[in-house]
Design a binder for this molecule. Structure first.
Ligand SMILES: [Zn+2]
Length: 348
């Protein structure tokens, strides 16, 4: 029979060239790749160097225990990893995966696996966020990781650039060391920095020096803000770090003056709707602030954040917006914004 308008729209979004500006490397890890890692690094060995604190945290999540004890076949273990029900459980799953990257070959294969999933979605330009410090903590050398990032950046139909996450939780000193070490090696595929991690624990203003340094080196500036915390955190990122984009920023809606400012200065938000539902920022797509922000004139791109963990794709994110009233023309505009708000030449 005839395809419905919705099906036609879904197909056209799937087929359209798309850009991702806010996607975390390990957050996009295919389940099959995690199963492969479990085969290579049995859980007990991989977790041998876990701190007592991490062991306690991970051990407190029932969905992770069978994985940690090596009780499940690899495929079932990978399914269990993504079977979290609460935000703390998601953080536990995310933390657990960090222990299975034991050498640069694992890191390189992760990049290649993620590239494949992006290409399969007709994503032609991606700025992928990478929390290098988490891999350094597992003993992976920075220089070799940067080489792998450069080597895998521009082969085939997908142009990849990298955004280094300074990770609030590691503190300003460790973050500055990481940034300086990265800059000294001049990776050509590095396009920007961001500030992920615990927004409620470490304020953006502690990273002023980092952002000034990155700016001097021609990097794009974005920071996660207005997700776990309200408008004051977005103001802090704007005033202290002079960011050019905001990661999430969806709670800006709580401050009309901030919304006006974002519109006046045309500061784009990297909006990740499903992520905000899964982490409890909003209860439903209908209650999500994206429509109000859009109607106010705030520049917006649509992204997935951690698509494997949140069981979503970029096309599905657009479909959710269609469900809450965005027209086909408006969705096309949002698709274009993904390219328009890029830090580097996105080819469009
Ligand atoms: Zn993010």
């Amino acid at each position: 029979m005839f395809a419905t308008i919705f099906e036609m729209l879904s197909e056209s979004i799937c087929a359209a060239p798309k850009a991702e500006l806010h996607v975390h490397l390990r957050g996009a890890m295919p389940a099959a790749f995690f199963a492969e890692l479990l085969g290579k690094h049995p859980a007990r060995e991989a977790l041998a160097d876990a701190s007592d604190r991490h062991r306690d945290i991970l051990g407190s999540f029932p969905h992770l225990q069978p994985i940690m004890e090596g009780l499940l076949p690899a495929e079932q273990a990978a399914a269990a990893l993504y079977g979290f029900k609460t935000f703390p459980e998601f953080l536990g799953s995310y933390l657990l995966t960090s222990y299975f990257f034991r050498d640069v070959a694992d890191f390189r294969r992760l990049i290649l696996g993620v590239r494949e999933t992006l290409i399969a979605q007709n994503i032609t330009y991606a700025e992928i966020t990478v929390s290098l410090i988490e891999y350094q903590q597992r003993g992976l050398p920075l220089a070799e990781m940067l080489e792998a990032m450069d080597e895998t950046a521009a082969a085939g139909p997908l142009q990849v650039y990298w955004i280094v996450d300074l990770v609030r939780d590691v503190g300003p000193d460790a973050a500055l060391t990481l940034l300086k070490d990265c800059l000294a090696r001049k990776p050509r595929s590095l396009c920007g920095i961001t500030l992920g991690g615990s927004e409620h624990k470490v304020p953006a203003r502690e990273f002023k020096e980092h952002y000034a340094l990155a700016k001097d080196h021609g990097l794009g500036l974005t920071a996660h803000a207005g997700e776990a915390m309200g408008p004051e955190s977005v103001w802090d990122a704007i005033r202290s770090l002079h960011v050019e984009r905001i990661g999430h920023g969806v709670r800006s809606i709580e401050d009309p003056k901030l919304v006006d400012y974002l519109v006046e200065k045309q500061i784009p938000l990297e909006v990740c709707p499903t992520s905000n539902l899964k982490t409890g920022v909003f209860r439903s797509y209908k209650e999500h602030s994206v429509r109000k922000l859009y109607e106010a004139g705030v520049p917006i791109s649509i992204n997935t954040d951690d698509p494997s963990f949140f069981n979503t794709t970029l096309a599905e994110e657009f479909e959710h917006l269609e469900d809450v009233g965005f027209s086909e023309e408006e969705l096309a505009g949002l698709l274009r914004n993904g390219f328009r708000h890029a830090f580097r030449d996105s080819g469009r």
